[in-house]
Design a protein. Structure first.
Length: 119
């Protein structure tokens, strides 16, 4: 199983930006589709974006389309989520995981990184 660690969260005002990172240890991500997931307060975890590491195809959930950008590093060991024009409804814990068939591949999750959008 992949060892993944999320980072980059924080407190930001509405309209602000953050860049999240998902770093793999012990292996590269080149054979995976990688996804970012969000668990908003009181809600179930949902997928918000994914990136096919082989061909760079991307997918975005409608609420983040045009504001968030998923990308990777050249070594294919880290996946990023650039989040712009953040809104209070983007508040939550953000996780990364490999994706297969549109669903998280691994049952085990990391600790995630907290994003809070507030004045």
């Amino acid at each position: 199983q992949l060892q993944l660690k999320e980072s980059g969260g924080g407190l930001v005002q509405p309209g602000g930006s953050l860049r999240l990172s998902c770093a793999a240890s012990g292996s590269t991500l080149e054979s995976y589709t990688m996804g970012w997931f969000r668990r908003a307060p009181g809600k179930a975890r949902e997928g918000i974006s994914c990136l096919n590491m082989a061909d760079d195809r991307t997918w975005y959930e409608d609420s983040v389309k045009g504001r968030f950008t998923i990308s990777r590093d050249d070594a294919k060991t880290t996946v990023y989520l650039q989040m712009n024009s953040l809104q209070p409804e983007d508040t939550g814990v953000y996780f990364c995981n490999a994706v297969k068939g549109g669903l998280p591949l691994y049952k085990s999750w990391g600790q995630g990184t907290q994003v809070t959008v507030s004045t």
